[in-house]
Design a protein around this ligand. Structure first.
Ligand code: NAI
Length: 742
């Protein structure tokens, strides 16, 4: 037998040892080749009389197996069927292809010989499913990184190699549903307690223990192949508690996903329907739902963005290749306010010596105290030792003395949003900076090229746009000024990766990418309000279409005074009298007459409790609003959903046309991480590409424009893409990034 991804040997007692070890990879994943090898392995074990039992282990110190190869799955998504095949033939082929692992694992499980898994570390997704198809599992008790779990749901998939059938048969439907629906993983002790593994042992003894079990249990069978097998905790329709999975389970999932995540719905179906039939039928049911899930735009978008692109960008895929890696050891932050304090904290967390400057020592100390509060919380929760926290805090030096900047590899300016002030502090900082150091600005709105005019080295000047709260938000939007060099971009990406954030790279236009597109969501909410749609309907549909908050709640968080100011600025720029605009009049009434400026004042569109959380929409909103629509039938919900999502996507398309963004991955990841664009879509570009296809998207946007206004009208680029049959991923593939930075 010739296996590429397993080493295979048979000992003197006839116990075979298959050591999973994909060549050239640090971790095993289930590639096409691995699947072929597992098929051959199962056939050999079943047919070779010399083999009395099998132990499967891993040759990778990092773990057992991380699951399906999602990169491979992403590339082959949707492919494989010939054009002229009819639907039935296509489906049959798809089923056979998708059923291979289920069929093979089942053959292994019923081969009449004992099969054990020796799990040394991570066993996730298909990795755990392989282990679950073994009769016995021994896991390492000396590897703190060991995790077992079925995380498929997190990227829009469901476990398709028996996970939805074996885990509930092992630990009961209720327990299994939590792990599968939420994609939660478990540590070794928890897995032993639940019965997911049978035994724990030190790594060095795993294989020995597994072999000993195989020798002692020549007639091993899976519990579900024993006569009279019953699900632990029973099954729906027979046991009241288990019936909750199909009643409460549905309601709970709907309340969390609003029906936007087909994977969760299909997982519940697998659990319920699979529990009503023997395992062989259950496995076929699982494969059918797996195919249904995998074929949907949600799974394709989520795998591509939340897994593949996220990994690529987080490893620096947009970094120009040429300059050597830039090691940021010391950094300075100008301004110790909300943002500066957060930036100093994440720098210190990454081991960077940080000077935190403000106009008074007191303000600078206040910035450092922010970091202390976060670290104290970690210590009190047992997540960090006091010693480690002290070490991190000691890296931050609060100061008013700009000469302390000397030796910094990067400066991030986060003073008030004021061009003159930013120019002044840039000059002050550069007096102490080396020629090679990067000068970055965290401005959220001011064009970088303009700010760079104050710099003696505009080629080293760059936008480094963080999001609030810095310690929790994973994205940094890097903005290239006209003179920013490739070297500065590379250095900045190295810095962003060091502080463990995901960078996207955009060009310098007002509002850059994220602030500009995000604003369209709240603006559309305002349009609806002005049309007389009941505020609660607007908020509910906003959340139900997958946004993290309703548009009015978001506006409260940003500040209604800011919204009013921006609205007036825009009106002025467009030569319109803001006081004539109903939306400005309404905001002015809220902010200036009623003092309702949003969350920071404890009153805005919402009322707020002592904990700062919204309690209810302010009932007197309707004093000023004539509510004309106070019911939301399904067709209205659908229309409002489209208005919210299309409005944002149209702006994203404009950003592509104007050259603000140049890489489809940046658009998707930026939209999800910066402003929470419905993650089930895979991001704005994927929503247009996958959910609609550009041709249909353009037609629908035209309809929306005719019905609601020109803001929905597709731009010329979208029309051209529709005509040529292009997608954002074909027109703006990753390679374009480097050209933009050049
Ligand atoms: P903030 O008002 O909380 O802090 C600004 C800090 O700068 C204050 O502590 C102030 O004392 C200090 N400062 C003023 N003059 C200074 C000087 N000459 N030298 C040193 N420090 C000086 O403001 P925030 O919210 O932290 O914003 C800072 C920057 O970050 C702005 O450009 C803002 O547009 C941008 N930004 C803000 C975000 C937010 O959510 N607040 C998000 C992303 C960017």
């Amino acid at each position: 037998m010739n296996l590429e991804t397993f080493k295979f040997e048979i000992d003197g007692d006839g116990i075979a040892l298959a050591t999973f070890d994909v060549p050239g990879r640090s971790m095993n994943t289930l590639t096409g080749q691995v699947v072929q090898d597992i098929v051959a392995l199962a056939a050999e074990v079943a047919s070779n009389d010399e083999i009395k039992g099998l132990v499967i282990t891993s040759g990778k110190p990092s773990g057992f197996c991380a699951g399906a190869d999602l990169g491979e799955m992403n590339q082959s998504a949707g492919g494989g069927a010939a054009q002229d095949e009819d639907e039935q033939t296509k489906l049959k082929k798809l089923f056979d292809r998708s059923f291979v692992l289920n069929k093979t694992f089942r053959e292994l499980e019923t081969c009449g010989k004992p099969v054990a898994a020796a799990i040394n570390g991570l066993a996730l997704g298909g990795g755990l499913e392989l282990a679950l198809a073994c009769h016995y599992r021994v896991a390492a008790n000396d590897n703190p990184k060991l995790q077992l779990g079925l995380p498929e749901a997190k990227i829009g998939l469901l476990p398709g190699a028996g996970g939805t059938q074996r885990l509930p048969r092992l630990i009961g439907l209720m327990a299994a549903s939590q792990y599968i629906l939420e994609g939660k993983s478990m540590k070794a002790d928890e897995a032993l307690g639940l019965g997911v593994v049978n035994e724990l042992a030190p790594t060095s003894e795993l294989v020995e223990k597994a072999k000993a079990w195989a020798k002692a249990n020549p007639n091993a069978k899976a519990p579900w192949d024993e006569k009279g097998f019953k699900f632990p905790g029973g099954v729906p329709n027979q046991h009241p508690k288990a019936t909750q999975i199909s009643t409460m389970g549905n309601a709970m999932i709907s309340s969390k996903t609003y029906g936007n995540y087909p994977a969760q719905t299909n997982i519940l179906k697998c659990l319920y329907e699979g529990s009503q039939v023997p395992i062989d039928a259950g496995l076929r049911i699982e494969t059918r739902y797996f195919i249904d899930t995998q074929q949907r735009p949600e799974a394709k978008g989520m795998i591509r963005s939340l897994f593949v692109s996220m990994q690529e960008l987080s490893k620096g895929a947009s970094r120009p290749a040429a300059p050597a890696k830039y090691e940021v050891k010391k950094a300075a932050v100008l301004g110790a306010g909300l943002m500066g304090a957060g930036i100093a904290h994440v720098q210190a967390m990454a081991g960077i010596e940080t000077v935190l400057l403000d106009i008074s020592q007191e303000s600078a100390e206040k910035g450092k105290a922010y970091s202390k509060r976060i670290l104290d919380k970690q210590v009190s929760r047992g997540k960090m030792s006091q010693e480690k926290a002290d070490g991190i805090l000691s890296l931050i030096t609060p100061s008013t003395d700009y000469s302390q900047i000397k030796g910094a590899d990067i400066v991030v300016e986060a003073v008030f949003e004021d061009t003159e002030l930013k120019a002044k502090v840039t000059k002050m900082a550069e007096e102490h900076l080396a020629d090679t150091a990067v000068m970055g600005s965290n401005t959220s709105t001011l064009p970088i090229t303009g700010l760079a005019e104050a710099s003696v080295r505009p080629e080293n000047y760059i936008g480094v746009h963080f999001f609030s709260p810095v310690e929790r938000m994973g994205l940094v939007e890097i903005i290239l000024g006209d003179k920013t060099t490739e070297e500065t971009l590379a250095k900045t990406i190295d810095y962003v990766l060091k502080i463990r954030k995901t960078p996207i790279v955009v060009n310098d236009f007002r509002g850059f990418y994220t602030s500009r597109c995000f604003g369209t969501y709240t603006q559309e909410g305002m349009e609806m309000l002005m049309e007389g749609i009941k505020p609660a309907i607007i908020e509910n549909v906003g959340r139900q279409c997958g946004m993290p908050m309703g548009p009015l709640e978001v506006s409260d968080s940003v500040g209604l005074d800011t919204a009013l100011k921006i609205g007036r600025q825009y009106a002025k720029a467009a030569g319109v009298d803001a006081n004539e605009q109903p939306s400005s009049q309404f905001l002015a009434w809220l902010v200036e007459d009623k003092g309702r400026v949003g969350r920071k004042a404890g009153k805005g569109y919402y009322e707020y409790g002592d904990n700062g959380k919204p309690t209810r929409l302010w009932p007197d909103l309707s004093d000023k609003l004539e509510v004309k629509v106070d019911e939301c039938p399904p067709e209205l919900k659908e229309e409002l959903t489209k208005r919210f999502l299309f409005r944002q996507c149209i702006e994203v398309a404009r950003c592509f046309e104007e050259g603000v963004i140049t890489d489809a991955r940046d658009a998707d990841i930026g939209s999800i991480l910066a402003w929470g664009f419905a993650p089930y879509t895979g991001g704005c570009a994927s929503y247009m590409d996958l959910k609609w296809g550009i041709k249909a998207f353009v037609a629908e946007a035209d309809r929306l424009a005719d019905a609601h206004g020109e803001r929905f009208r597709p731009n010329a680029m979208l029309r051209e893409m529709a005509e040529k049959g292009e997608t954002f991923y074909s027109r703006f593939p990753p390679a374009k990034q480097e050209k933009a930075a050049a």
